[in-house]
Design a protein around this ligand. Structure first.
Ligand code: GAR
Length: 196
């Protein structure tokens, strides 16, 4: 397996993967962000496929094609999104169908989208958590591989709750990737099973 990690944020989940000796061959970021520094400091090759626009004129299909091409150039066989801030379009999912993973800071299908932690707090739930899943074209909707609950404390704000969720994500995502590497989770079966 040649694993690429896509990141846009602090890169703390990326760091957990590298420090767990997962075979991270390449890190791709869509902007300059701390995850780039994290990759450099861990001696992992990093590419910034800069996103030129965050507005309505963003060429999602074009960007997704370029990103898929860069990953293909690097012989990447599996992709793990870890806080990646760009929703990727059809060309990317066609190229890597069934081989893209994501972690989401909520118990999907509850609270999909960019503000999952805030939305859980607003809804007043007593328990939220995180989900590792296969990513498909539909955002935060692919087959679930692993989930773990995290309690919401009465004095939590978005930052404190998100940080406690990320502590779990760093372990759960690493463990899930290891299970895939060890052949205990067969992604092809999960992907095909979800289609039928
Ligand atoms: C994680 O909580 C991840 O679930 C979230 O970004 C954070 C990345 O943390 N991703 C999403 O919300 C995607 N919908 P990090 O930058 O510290 O690794």
């Amino acid at each position: 397996m040649s694993l690429a990690v896509l990141a846009s944020g602090t890169g703390s989940i990326l760091a957990a993967m590298v420090e767990a000796d997962l075979p991270v061959a390449l890190v791709v970021a869509d902007r300059l962000c701390p995850a780039v520094r994290c990759a450099v400091s861990h001696d992992v090759e990093v590419l910034v496929v800069q996103r030129e626009s965050f507005g309505a004129d963003f060429d999602r299909v074009g960007y997704s094609t370029v990103l898929a091409d860069r990953l293909t150039d690097h012989a990447v066989t599996m992709v793990a999104m870890a806080g990646f801030g760009t929703i990727l379009g059809q060309p990317f999912h066609d190229r890597f169908a069934g081989r893209v993973l994501n972690t989401h800071p909520a118990l999907l299908p509850a609270f999909p989208g960019w503000h999952a932690v805030r939305d859980a707090l607003t809804a007043g739930v007593g328990v939220t958590g995180c989900t590792v899943h296969l990513a498909t074209l539909e955002v935060d909707a692919g087959p679930i591989l692993a989930q773990e609950e995290v309690p919401v404390w009465p004095d939590d704000d978005e930052a404190s709750l998100h940080e406690r969720i990320k502590v779990v994500e760093r372990r759960l995502y690493v463990d899930t990737l290891r299970s895939i590497l060890d052949g205990e989770i067969l992604l092809e079966s999960v992907f095909e099973g979800a289609k039928s």
